[in-house]
Design a protein. Structure first.
Length: 256
């Protein structure tokens, strides 16, 4: 998953399918993925449900690790609020222990702002959310956390590099009955909990970066999904202080 922008500085740099990795879904391209049928079906059902929505919002409570040069692993917290309107509007607000970031996409430009500094970055963007998210990673070197769920085909984005997948049965997340699934990729392991019933929404995700020193983790617990949101277009327009100064994207993404 595209977990990071500034989180990446503490963990790993972002790239398609959860995190940077090499090879395709099958053990470096040498064999087909081995995924339990139920796990495959649940990822497909959840992805299709998200893909069918013209707009939605959600909240996520996040924890992530930062590894010190000594090897000590520190855990930090953040909250993320997302508003998506297809095909070409996105707003992400992140507030956390290591700083805040606001991100806007209005169908023409992307803007990233660090409110702890007088700096922002803006860049021309493609006309669809999918193309915009791809550009963020390939050309600008970052993406907001959890953007795999924002693509027009979330299931394909999630399972892009999977080697193995397990169905762990049912459990509870925040009082909701959820299906627990576990997946293995070359560079990461990840678990996802998907709600049972007519709305197969993500309840929680945990990602372990197993090739990074001390194997840092990222986790997010989802809540407040709304598929009939009333989102004014102004939400997707950058709201910057008059004295804000433009700098390159990577500088804003990595600022502390």
């Amino acid at each position: 998953m595209r977990i990071a922008w500034f989180v990446a500085v503490a963990m790993v740099a972002s790239a398609p399918a959860f995190a940077q990795g090499t090879g395709s879904g099958a053990a470096a391209g040498t064999s087909k993925p081995v995924v339990a049928k139920r796990a495959q079906a649940l990822i497909s059902e959840s992805g299709a449900y998200l893909a069918s929505a013209a707009a939605f919002t959600f909240h996520a409570d996040v924890t992530f690790d930062h590894v010190l040069p000594s090897g000590q692993k520190l855990q930090f917290s953040a909250v993320e609020d997302v508003a998506l309107k297809r095909p070409d509007r996105l707003y992400v607000e992140w507030r956390g222990d290591l700083g805040d970031r606001f991100f806007w996409y209005d169908g023409k430009t992307v803007t990233l702002y660090d409110p702890a500094t007088p700096f922002y970055a803006t860049e021309a963007a493609p006309q669809t959310t999918d193309q915009m998210l791809d550009k963020l990673v390939s050309q600008l070197g970052f993406s907001p956390p959890l953007t795999d769920f924002l693509y027009s085909d979330p299931a394909a984005s999630l399972r892009g590099k999977v080697k193995y997948g397990l169905d762990l049965g049912e459990t509870e997340v925040n009082g909701k009955s959820c299906h627990a699934l576990a997946f293995v990729e070359q560079d990461i392991d990840w678990q996802i909990w998907i709600a049972g019933g007519p709305q197969p929404l993500p309840c929680k995700i945990v990602i372990t970066y197993k090739t990074e020193p001390a194997e840092p983790e990222f986790s997010a617990v989802f809540s407040d999904w709304d598929f009939s949101p009333h989102i004014d277009d102004s939400v997707f327009t950058a709201d910057l202080p008059p004295d804000a100064q433009k700098i390159p994207f990577k500088s804003v993404a990595s600022a502390r």
